[in-house]
Design a protein around this ligand. Structure first.
Ligand code: ATP
Ligand code: MG
Length: 748
């Protein structure tokens, strides 16, 4: 059980305490259009985890509303993943398609109360009418259809009388809503396609925004937890449930940050491309971040859950270092699996002074692992060591076998090289050595100093094995596509030699091959005849070191927190919560401030001067943060109170945020009080209509063509006119006023 209280568990706990719900019900609602990946594992861990922690339940629902992409193979993969991670869903697996009749009835209901209509605009017009973030949309003339007409058309859509795209059902909400998603969103579309479960019964399929909230309601879900990209869909979610006046209790939607991992692509679409193009060998290829891939590679469910737990639940998107996941599996296996020996690249060593054979007792676990057990290792005068463990011309710091340097055979004796045998091409084919009789591991009285112990196997009892050595599939931290594929992500070693104890009849076994890493008997290809092992992970982080010398990567996204994103500590979490709930900061800004002590105390200090929390936060998280990357606080030429003053000027519309940047620039370079800078430089925003009006008249006079186009309905040109006003005033005109005046004047 996850004892720490993330923001979701805090909400659930309060809802149960206040009696809003008797029982918490969550759901995991994947679309069966691909194999689940580790991002889904995070969502599974959250939804099932919360249900378990609070003694509620979690349903598993296939969100199967797009018949063109879905398949039962994926349904099975999703069920397998949930089970493998150790969770149980409540009752049978649910399907949105099971609710198609109910959803249809709800749609009829919306039509009957005049809140939904059949629209027949073509796709292009519909897009055009939607407007933009800065301009309201225009409602379709079809929105005026009568209820009877709508009911008739909708029924005929359902009966398959129309072609795809001819009509859609839309909610009647608000074509000028600031949230674009609320501009009469689509509820149903025509898809004349066979559905893998519903068959050919339906010619219309509900859209996510309509189906999801109602499916949640039908299942009695209380907390509908999804990823941040659905933040803007929350309004529709609520609108549908409220407009239909559904009996409480009803579900509410909460968003968390989706998981991104470095060196990994995560969307099902991109994974499908890798599978279909043959870059990898199927959905369970051990290089993929799919649950099936991790499972086949040998990851344990515990390690993945542990990882999900460690990264925590945040409200800001970020990138988690893949090394953290690798750490989790290493950490888990270190405590669990036996150590054995495997020689990946065998080189024969003949021990000239050894006769006969013997069995050596070799423990499976090192002293610091609280597990016990041992096996017998056979030893004779012919063994294999790894080619890498012998070097004729060793570089400095080489601690293994050389012509001059002895080495210990792990669990056995110290050997010394006597002769190097080569073939006609000069390749080393054999080493002749001697062993030191009284140097046996555990009872060494030889006094010989060696610097390392290497793995080996006895040629007489060792068995050939195939080892698949996996590395990261991508060579870039933020891979874009197949051009970033790591060409060495899979190396198949055909002639490795394993010791007897590794040969296993049991499925699902993992070993540490001494000095090589952790390995898993491939669940599909392993056979007695040819044991096949997958490398799960190496013994230590090998990419981290390389990373330091490589060039700094180009940041592709604006807000990306580099490296490992640790969960916030308690104090940071508290700040974060206060910033997002009390001060209304968006989660990205809050995240930046809360995680950085210097920034948060700068922010708090500025806040004490005047209360414009959002504007100050934006300046601190962006501008001030940039300065503090190179400087200490006491090296700054400005102080928190001046930043507060700058923010106030923006909020009071004395200056635009563009001018504010200029002022800030001056403050960082030469210092000074922002009000004074604005005055001396004459940067004060011009909001007086009588000053802006003549400028607009001039622009109108100079651009008759654009004026005509605007008046003919090309409303995009509004931006052009306002832009001209700003240009003419060196950015000083108040854009809001300019906007209003331009519209007024051009309407005449
Ligand atoms: P993808 O983009 O990879 O196809 P999706 O979001 O379309 O993913 P769904 O099958 O619709 O996948 O998702 C099922 C659930 O898993 C959703 O609640 C979704 O928010 C969640 N989920 C998907 N990807 C991630 C991720 N990377 N991190 C956390 N949760 C995720
Ligand atoms: Mg999707």
């Amino acid at each position: 059980m996850n004892k720490s209280r993330d923001f979701l568990r805090t909400i659930v706990e309060e809802d149960l305490k206040s009696g809003r719900y008797k029982e918490v019900v969550t759901r995991f609602p994947p679309e069966p259009n691909g194999f689940p990946h580790i991002g889904h594992a995070k969502s599974i861990a959250i939804n099932f985890g919360i249900a378990n922690d609070f003694h509620g339940h979690c349903t598993l629902r296939m969100d199967d509303t797009d018949p063109t992409k879905e398949d039962t193979v994926y349904v099975k993969a999703l069920k397998d993943a949930v089970k493998w991670l150790g969770f149980e869903w409540e009752g049978d697996v649910r399907y949105t398609s099971d609710y198609f009749h109910k959803l249809y009835d709800y749609a009829i209901e919306l039509i009957k109360i005049g809140r939904a209509y059949v629209d027949s605009l073509d796709e292009e017009k519909m897009r055009e009418y939607r407007g933009t973030v800065t301009e309201p949309g225009i409602r379709s003339k079809f929105a005026n259809r009568t209820i009877e007409e709508n009911l008739d058309l909708f029924e005929r859509m359902k009966n398959g009388e129309f072609k795809d795209g001819e009509h859609v059902l839309r909610a009647k909400i608000d074509m000028s809503a600031a949230n674009m998603k609320m501009r009469d969103p689509l509820l149903y579309r025509i898809r004349d396609t066979h559905h893998f479960r519903a068959g050919d019964e339906w010619s219309i399929y509900p859209m996510y925004d309509f189906a999801h909230c109602l499916s949640d309601y039908i299942e009695g879900v209380t907390h509908s937890i999804c990823t941040l990209e659905f933040e803007n869909n929350r309004d529709i979610y609520n609108w549908v449930l409220e407009t239909l006046k559904l009996k409480p209790p009803r579900p509410y939607q909460y968003e968390f940050a989706r998981l991104n991992i470095s060196y990994t692509v995560m969307s099902k679409r991109k994974l499908l491309e890798l599978v279909e193009s043959g870059v990898v060998n199927g959905w369970d290829d051990p290089r993929l971040p799919t649950i099936a891939g991790y499972k086949r590679r040998g990851y344990t469910p515990e390690s993945i859950l542990n990882f999900c737990n460690q990264i925590g639940i945040a409200k800001a998107n970020s990138m988690v270092d893949v090394a953290q996941l690798e750490f989790c599996i290493r950490d888990d296996l270190n405590k669990k699996v036996p150590r054995v020996m495997c020689v990946l690249n065998p080189l024969k060593v003949t021990i000239e002074n050894y006769e006969g054979s013997e069995e050596l007792d070799a423990p499976y676990y090192p002293d610091d692992v609280p597990k016990e057990g041992s096996r017998k290792l056979s030893f004779s005068n012919e063994i294999y060591i790894d080619r890498e463990d012998f070097n004729e011309n060793p570089p400095k710091g080489y601690f293994r076998l050389t012509p001059k340097q002895s080495v210990r055979l792990k669990h056995a004796y110290i050997i010394t090289c006597k002769e190097v045998i080569k073939d006609e091409n000069g390749n080393i084919v054999e080493i002749k050595a001697i062993y030191h009789k009284n140097s046996k591991s555990g009872s060494d009285s030889s006094g010989i100093k060696v610097k390392s112990a290497i793995q080996w196997v006895d040629t007489k009892s060792a068995k050939k094995a195939e080892i698949r050595v996996y590395d990261r599939l991508f060579k870039n931290e933020t891979p874009q596509g197949t051009e970033d594929i790591n060409p060495n992500s899979l190396k198949v070693i055909k002639n490795a030699m394993i010791e007897n104890a590794v040969i296993t009849q049991k499925p699902d076994v993992r070993f540490q091959f001494e000095r090589e890493g952790y390995f898993y008997a491939d669940p599909i290809d392993y056979s007695d005849k040819l044991p096949v092992f997958n490398k799960i992970v190496g013994l230590k982080e090998s990419w981290g070191k390389k990373k330091k010398v490589s060039k700094p990567r180009v940041q592709t996204k604006k807000v990306q927190i580099e490296g490992v994103v640790a969960p916030m500590n308690e104090a940071e979490q508290k700040l974060f919560d206060r910033y997002t709930t009390k001060l209304n900061l968006n989660s990205e800004v809050a995240n930046i401030l809360a995680r950085d002590k210097t920034l948060s105390s700068f922010y708090e200090d500025a806040l004490s001067h005047n209360k414009t929390p959002v504007t100050i936060a934006n300046i601190v998280a962006n501008e001030v943060a940039k300065e503090l990357k190179e400087k200490q606080v006491d090296e700054l030429k400005f102080n928190p109170s001046e930043i507060a003053e700058l923010a106030k000027m923006i909020d009071d519309e004395m200056i635009s945020s563009k001018i504010a940047k200029e002022v800030f620039q001056e403050m960082t370079q030469n210092g000074g009080n922002p009000t004074q800078i604005v005055e001396t430089k004459g940067l004060m925003q011009i909001s007086d209509p009588s000053k802006i009006s003549p400028i607009i008249d001039e622009i109108i006079a100079k651009n008759p063509d654009n004026v005509a186009k605007f008046r003919a309905g090309n409303s995009k040109l509004l931006g052009f006119f306002v832009g001209q006003v700003l240009k003419k005033t060196n950015g000083k005109a108040n854009p809001k006023v300019a906007n209003r005046l331009v519209i007024e004047k051009l309407k005449q």
